[in-house]
Structure formats: structure tokens, C-alpha cells
Design a protein around this ligand. Structure first.
Ligand code: H79
Length: 436
């Protein structure tokens, strides 16, 4: 080989290695292998199927959602006065857990820090937190973590990578720029974020995982994901990392989430595809995440149950949001809907918990779920006749949950099932079938 070619080839190799190292920092931990405990949590997570999302922060005081700082261009100095008014005297973490467990939820994901940058926990690397800046002065995440243990719920932290408050969050992304400094040390910001994540992974017992949001506003930036994800996985090997970046999961992530839409049908989708990782769909009960005083557009319990069913049929969890009031209580209209979902799950939970989506892909009439050999059809759009696509195995029996048989007929295209006419409005007509 002539010298020049050897040189070119070595340069190519060197560049590839450097590129790989860079990609690792940029895109997560390339060599990531989940630990056995992590895989166990993933299976637990998929079996759990239903969790409570909680958006609660000093923005809740204004009652206009968690984006209020950006939407109303509130200067930092003004926004910084909010914590002085945050005093949730009615906050009762056991009550929150009762509401979640009563709804049939198995875990809680709460905002440790939203885009406004305010920490809802006691942080030693900043004083912009609930303990040091509010008259309440207590670490609500710690109180909630202890209550979750008492109620058998796992706790996840939503943590915003995007930060409208930290002076080193620079160059800024596409959101809130009003009165912000025109310089800053990006790596210092990331060090600060990692330090807070280390606190969240050290001071709250065993957590379920970290739910990241916000890197979508600076997709080209070096977020040092590899370093951050390794930090979390080393402090809590069982904890799951996920990020709401709307693209394909990066190495080091353990689940994939979809905002306001079933997997692949979310409005933010930038060709994320649906990965092999556990899936989670998050949705609001009205149209807001953080408390919104004038948003009365609450979805019906029936629609919310159907969303949970469709999520399960799409092999996904549902993370359903509440936006507690600044006094620490959960809105009555939200509680009522959660109680109705819980009542439905107490009756039909065996067709949701511990299941996986399929074996029939979602169809116009509804979805299917399976648990071992048991297969449940969830007929959401009743139709005189439904057709199961051919999956290569014949249907051997079919009956409603009350035992009433369902007539079926194998055809060249799939199996037809004849539904009994049923009066009134049904949330979900469940048929259990057996396959040969
Ligand atoms: O935490 C919740 C949202 O705050 C966050 N992700 C979920 C889980 C989120 N970040 N960005 N988005 C959602 C989409 C952005 C929507 C916006 Fe708007 C449109 C921001 C400003 C205009 C929605 C409508 C928020 C304020 C008005």
C-alpha cells in the first residue's frame, strides 16, 4: 500500500473513533447495556400500564399553566417573587397517593423542575428551590416519596433540561428569551443539571426513573447525554431513563414516551418510530398540564377509560396528568374522573394490567390485549360484525366477560364475530377468545 493511502486510511480510522466518542457524548451511552434490575423495572413498568403525571410548581399560583412565564413574557425578577407566595397548606401526599391508587394507577411522575427552572425539592447546588424560597419551606418531593412507599407506588421525576432561569443556559433555545443574559457557560449549566439529578437519585430512596423534557428546543446542542445517563444508571441501576425529545430513543434510554397521542400518533412526532422499549403515552384530563383556572374542558371518564384501553392495546402505558392547585389539592373534576377510571379497573383490570398489546393490531373496532394464553378483544366502536385479521391461528372460543358466548365464523380473510345487540352506552365491550 502506498504511504499516502496508509495515511488516508489511518486518518479515516482516527476520525471514525473520534466521531464515535463524540456521538457517545452527544447521543447517549453507545455501549449501554441495561442491568438485570433495570430490565426488571422495565417489565414491572409494562405490567403497571397506568400512572399519574403531576405538574405542580410556583406557576400553579397564577392558574394559567406551566408555560405562563414564556407566554406572558414575565421578567425573571418578577417571576422570582412567586415562590414567596407558595404555601400549599393543604398538601397531603398520602391523599395524592390515595387518589392515584384509587384510580388504579401504579406509579407517579412528578415535576422536580419544569422549564421555569424552579426546583420543587431541596437542592444544595442552588437556592432557587422550594425549601429556601417559599414560606412553606418543606421538600414536597421527599414527603411524596415517603407517601409513595407507604402506598406501594413507584415515583418518577420529570426533569426539564430546558431552563428559563439558569444564567448559564446559553445559547438559548427557541423559547423564553425575555431579558435573559446574552452569554453563559453551557457546560456549567449541564454540570448544575447533573448535580441536581445526582441529588434526585440520592436523597429520595429507590426511584422508578427520570422523565426528561426540553432538549427538543436545542436538538443540535451537545447535551452530554452519555455522561448524564451514566450518572443516573450508576446511582440507581434499576431506574429507567426516558426523554420526551420526539425522535428515536438514544442509547442509554429505557423507555419511549409520546406526548398527547398514542405511539406514533402524537402531534410532536418527528419520525421517532416506535422502538422495542417500553412505551408510554401522556395525556391531560382537561387541556392543561399545570393548573389552569379557566380550563374546564375535562374529558369524560368514558373517553379517558377508552384512552387507557387503546394505550394498552398499542402496548403502551398511559400517564394521565393532574395539575394540583397552589394550595396542594387536586381539582374535584379531575378527582371524579380518576375515581370513575378506578371503579372500571377494579372490574376489568385483568384485561389491562400485566398485558401486552395484540396479538391483533389495533383496528377500527378497537384493540386487543394479551396475557399469556388469554386474549382480550376490547370492542370500542360496536358494530354488528367485527373482523379479526388472520394471524395464522384459528379462534377456538369466544365469550363476553359475563360468560355469554359470541358467535364466530372463520373465513378466508380472518374471523368474523357477531356481536349481540346491547342497549345503552358501553365503555368497552370485552370479549375473551381462545386460539387453537
Ligand atoms: O410538561 C408538559 C409541557 O409543558 C411540555 N411537555 C409536557 C409533558 C411541553 N413543552 N412543550 N410543549 C409541551 C409543546 C409546546 C407547546 C407550546 Fe404552548 C405552544 C408552547 C407555547 C405554545 C401550549 C400552548 C403551551 C403554551 C401554550
Amino acid at each position: 500500500m502506498p504511504h499516502r493511502r496508509i495515511l488516508t486510511y489511518s486518518m479515516f480510522l482516527l476520525c471514525s473513533v473520534l466521531n464515535l466518542l463524540y456521538a457517545e457524548e452527544q447521543q447517549g451511552d453507545i455501549g449501554y447495556k441495561p442491568t438485570p434490575e433495570n430490565l426488571e423495572t422495565r417489565a414491572w413498568f409494562q405490567d403497571a400500564r397506568f400512572g399519574m403525571f403531576i405538574h405542580w410548581g410556583v406557576y400553579s399560583l397564577l392558574g394559567r399553566g406551566e408555560w405562563v412565564m414564556h407566554m406572558e413574557n414575565i421578567p425573571t425578577a418578577e417571576y422570582e417573587k412567586l415562590p414567596q407566595k407558595f404555601n400549599p397548606q393543604k398538601f397531603d401526599p398520602d391523599r395524592w397517593c390515595e387518589i392515584a391508587a384509587g384510580a388504579g394507577m401504579r406509579y407517579i411522575t412528578i415535576t422536580s423542575k419544569h422549564h421555569d427552572g424552579f426546583a420543587m425539592f431541596h437542592s444544595k447546588v442552588s437556592d432557587y428551590d422550594i425549601v429556601e424560597r417559599t414560606p412553606y419551606g418543606r421538600d414536597v418531593l421527599k414527603m411524596l416519596a415517603e407517601a409513595c412507599t407507604r402506598h406501594g407506588l413507584k415515583l418518577f421525576f420529570y426533569h426539564s433540561q430546558l431552563d428559563w432561569h439558569h444564567p448559564d443556559y446559553f445559547p438559548r433555545g427557541t423559547s423564553f428569551a425575555h431579558g435573559r443574559p446574552e452569554s453563559g457557560d453551557w457546560n456549567k449549566y449541564l454540570d448544575y443539571m447533573d448535580a441536581q439529578l445526582a441529588e434526585l437519585c440520592s436523597n429520595y430512596g429507590k426511584i422508578g426513573g427520570i422523565w426528561f423534557d426540553g432538549m427538543w428546543e436545542k436538538p443540535e446542542a451537545d447535551w452530554r447525554l452519555g455522561k448524564t445517563y451514566r450518572l443516573i444508571h450508576s446511582l440507581q441501576p434499576w431506574a429507567m431513563v426516558g426523554s420526551n425529545h420526539h425522535v428515536k430513543p438514544f442509547p442509554g434510554e429505557d423507555f419511549q414516551m409520546f406526548e398527547k397521542g398514542l405511539p406514533g400518533q402524537d402531534p410532536f412526532n418527528k419520525g421517532s418510530g416506535i422502538s422495542e422499549l417500553p412505551l408510554e403515552t401522556c395525556e391531560t384530563i382537561n387541556n392543561s398540564w399545570g393548573y389552569s383556572e379557566h380550563d374546564h374542558g375535562f374529558k369524560s371518564a368514558k373517553d379517558l377509560i377508552r384512552l387507557l384501553v387503546r394505550a394498552a392495546g398499542n402496548n403502551s402505558n398511559l400517564l394521565l396528568n393532574v395539575g394540583p392547585l397552589p394550595d396542594g389539592t387536586i381539582q374535584k373534576a379531575q378527582q371524579e374522573r380518576l375515581a370513575a377510571i378506578g371503579a372500571w379497573l377494579r372490574e376489568h383490570g385483568e384485561t389491562i394490567y400485566g398485558t401486552r398489546g395484540g396479538p391483533f393490531p389495533p383496528q377500527s373496532w378497537g384493540v386487543s390485549t394479551r396475557k399469556g394464553d388469554r386474549i382480550f378483544l376490547h370492542v370500542l366502536e360496536p358494530d354488528g360484525l367485527i373482523c379479526l385479521t388472520d394471524i395464522g391461528r384459528k379462534v377456538s372460543r369466544a365469550r363476553f366477560q359475563d360468560g355469554a358466548p359470541v358467535e364466530f365464523l372463520a373465513t378466508a380473510f380472518g374471523t368474523l364475530l357477531k356481536l349481540l345487540p346491547q342497549a345503552g352506552d358501553t365503555v368497552d365491550r370485552i370479549i375473551e377468545i381462545g386460539l387453537e
